[in-house]
Structures are given as structure tokens and as C-alpha cells.
Design a protein around this ligand. Structure first.
Ligand code: MG
Length: 397
């Protein structure tokens, strides 16, 4: 009984957050009909938001609270990259056709006749790309300054996807490069959109190292969390150079989830993601618009909580481990300032520290990273603007 009473305030605030997300004024209306039906009756931008709801619920929520001027550009940026990803993920497409589509998508994304049939491995993606002409028409209505940023990132990401369609992620450097292409570039693009909109400092678009790490942190968290799901679908994004030190095969971990090697390997991978957090905090400290700040901070806080959940947790090797829906809703509703980011981050750090165990050699590295994270978290110094510093990309691309 006392335990139940102790949990009640948490349960109540989570329910409240869930309610406000579901029924609040900015809440996306749940779309029941298929995109195929909606395409016929909806205006272009209306269709785009319906498509956004279908392909990403959590992103659809944070995007709606951006400053009005930025909402459509960010929504269309997301759908453009989703279009690319739909092509990349379709394993039934012949390689030559796939690479051609990926290379040309930065031109095709404004083609008002574009309709690709039978591409995409789920219904929502297939219908998005089938009715892509609606996204293209909305895209062409955007101010040119936004179109330029989106096309530039689409071109770079398409080239990166081609590069990895032809080879595997093997080394740690490959892993960082793949995550740069599919997520770090999203960070570049968002910083670009924020800068050209005037809502953020003009120099934000040049903070490439920090923008890249914002994306890497989110991407790596998903990859580490989704091990079991990816394994069952035959996908491997984790670098053999790291996991190969602990096991003879990638599926060995699922068969030996509580083995010291499995736990140690997942600690090493989690450490690898945690090391991006100081840069993410520095990035968040550079933002001046509160709505842009929330948009950037909420996914970071959720990723941080996910890493804390996954840390030294053998369950992740057997099933999908996710943070509670109520907790996610609380972060979405309650993350409004740097202080809340600090509080949520500290909570995750304490959760990780409680699992540090001398039986696992990689825990020592975690302790070191935690010290670095706290130093940035509690530092009152402003992060200095950096000069543009390009991420090394292979010359063969
Ligand atoms: Mg993909």
C-alpha cells in the first residue's frame, strides 16, 4: 500500500501528460483512414501532416509546437528524408534502380508528377511515395531559402545511402559515417533551417560538429535499443569491429543475454552513444528560441532515458525495451527549459550509476563519461561558437 501511494504522484503526472498530449489543442488528430484515401480529398499540406502522423507519431508531436514559420519547412524536410529512407529500406528494389533513385531524389523531390509505385516496406511508406507529388507541390510553395537547405541535405544523404547500399558497416569509423549520413545530416539541415528562418543565430548553421552529434546520439540510441527487432529482420547496423570482440556471431548475444560478454558489449555500445551527450548539451545551450529549444531537447531527453534503461540490461537482447509511454509523454509536455533538461539528464545518470558493477570491465569507462557529462551539464560557461569544421567523408562518394 505504501509503495502504491509513493507511486501515485508519478502515475498521476504521467496520466495528465498523456491526456494533454492526446487532447491538447496542438495534439495531432488521429488519422484513421489510409493515406491512399486521404490523398484524394486533402489539400497538399493537410496531406503532408496526415502523412507525418502516419510515419512518425513522436516527431509529429514536437513539430507542431515549433514557431509557425518553421512548421511547414521542418515537416517537409522530414517527409523528403522519409521519402529517401523509404527507397533505402526497400530490400526488394534491384540495387541499380535503388542507387539511381537515391542519387536523383534531391531533384525529383520537387517533381509535381512524382509517383513511385510498389516501393516501401509498409503501407504508410508505400502510400507516401505513391502520392509524393502532393509533398512536391507543397515543397515548391516553400520560401526558396528553405528549399535550398532541404535539397542540399537530400543530395548528401542520397549519396551516403548509395555508398552504404554497396558496402557494410564494419568498423567504428563506418558506424560513425553511416550515422552521419542518415542522422548527423538531419542535424546539419535543422540547424540550417533554424538559422535561415531568423529564429536562431546565423552561426548555428555552421556548428557542424555539434549538429552532427545531435543526430548521432539519437540514431545510435535507436540502433542499440532495436537490436532484437533488427536481428529478427536480418539488419545489422552495429560495427563488427566492436561486437566481434565479445561474440563469434551477431545473434550469439540474443542466445546468451545474461553472459558477461553480452552485458559488457552492450555497455561498450552504450558508452559509445553516451560520449555524444556533452556536445548535445552544448548545442542546446546555444539555442535562444524556446520553441526551437523544446523541439531539439525533447528527443534528446527521451534518448538519454532510453540509454539509462538499456544500460547493462540483458532484456534488450531478447525483446524491445522502451521507456514508459507516460514517461515519454511527461518529457514531451514538461521539457521547457535548460533546468528541466538538467534534471532529466541527472535522473538518467543516477539510474546508470546504480547499475555500475565492477564485474563488468567497461563500467570504468562509463564512470569517466558520466563525469564529463556532469561537467558540461553544470557548467555556467557559455559554449563558444565554432568555426565550420567539415566531417571527413570518403572521396569515393
Ligand atoms: Mg533506412
Amino acid at each position: 500500500m505504501s509503495r502504491l501511494l509513493f507511486q501515485l504522484p508519478t502515475a498521476f503526472s504521467e496520466l495528465k501528460a498523456l491526456y494533454s498530449l492526446k487532447f491538447g489543442s496542438d495534439a495531432p488528430k488521429p488519422v484513421k483512414e489510409s493515406l491512399h484515401v486521404l490523398a484524394a480529398e486533402m489539400a497538399d499540406m493537410e496531406f503532408c501532416y496526415a502523412a507525418l502522423d502516419k510515419v512518425s507519431r513522436s516527431f509529429a508531436v514536437v513539430i507542431r509546437q515549433l514557431p509557425h514559420e518553421l512548421r511547414n519547412p521542418v515537416c517537409l524536410f522530414y517527409l523528403t528524408l522519409r521519402g529517401l529512407d523509404t527507397i533505402e529500406d526497400d530490400m526488394n528494389l534491384p540495387l541499380s534502380q535503388k542507387t539511381e533513385l537515391l542519387r536523383n531524389f534531391h531533384i525529383e523531390c520537387s517533381n509535381e508528377k512524382l509517383s513511385l509505385k510498389n516501393i516501401g516496406d509498409s503501407e504508410a511508406y508505400r502510400h507516401l511515395i505513391l502520392h509524393y507529388y502532393k509533398v512536391a507541390r507543397a515543397f515548391n510553395q516553400l520560401d526558396e531559402k528553405y528549399q535550398t537547405v532541404i535539397k542540399d541535405i537530400c543530395k548528401k544523404m542520397g549519396e551516403g545511402m548509395v555508398y552504404f547500399a554497396e558496402r557494410k558497416v564494419y568498423s567504428e569509423a563506418d558506424y560513425n559515417l553511416y550515422c552521419h549520413y542518415v542522422a548527423g545530416l538531419v542535424g546539419y539541415g535543422l540547424s540550417g533551417l533554424f538559422s535561415v528562418s531568423g529564429y536562431e543565430d546565423e552561426r548555428l548553421q555552421y556548428q557542424l560538429r555539434l549538429s552532427n552529434e545531435m543526430g548521432l546520439m539519437l540514431q545510435k540510441t535507436n540502433i542499440i535499443r532495436d537490436y532484437h527487432e533488427d536481428l529478427s529482420e536480418g539488419r545489422i547496423f552495429l560495427p563488427e569491429e566492436i561486437w566481434g570482440e565479445y561474440a563469434p556471431s551477431f545473434h550469439w548475444f540474443a542466445e546468451n543475454p545474461t553472459h558477461t560478454n553480452s552485458i559488457n558489449c552492450w555497455i561498450a555500445l552504450t558508452n559509445n552513444a553516451l560520449q555524444h551527450i556533452p556536445s548535445c548539451i552544448s548545442y542546446l545551450k546555444l539555442l535562444k528560441n524556446n520553441q526551437v529549444f523544446r523541439f531539439c531537447a525533447i528527443p534528446q531527453i527521451m534518448a538519454f532515458a532510453t540509454l539509462a534503461e538499456v544500460y547493462a540490461n540483458p532484456k534488450v537482447l531478447r525483446q524491445n525495451v522502451k521507456i514508459r509511454k507516460g514517461l515519454a509523454a511527461r518529457y514531451m509536455v514538461e521539457t521547457t527549459s535548460m533546468q528541466q533538461v538538467i534534471d532529466a539528464a541527472e535522473k538518467a545518470l543516477i539510474q546508470i550509476e546504480s547499475k555500475i558493477n565492477s564485474a563488468y570491465s567497461n563500467c570504468a569507462e562509463t564512470q569517466k563519461i558520466i563525469t564529463e557529462i556532469r561537467a558540461v551539464l553544470y557548467s555556467h560557461n557559455k559554449h563558444r561558437w565554432e568555426l565550420p569544421e567539415l566531417i571527413a567523408e570518403p572521396e569515393t562518394v
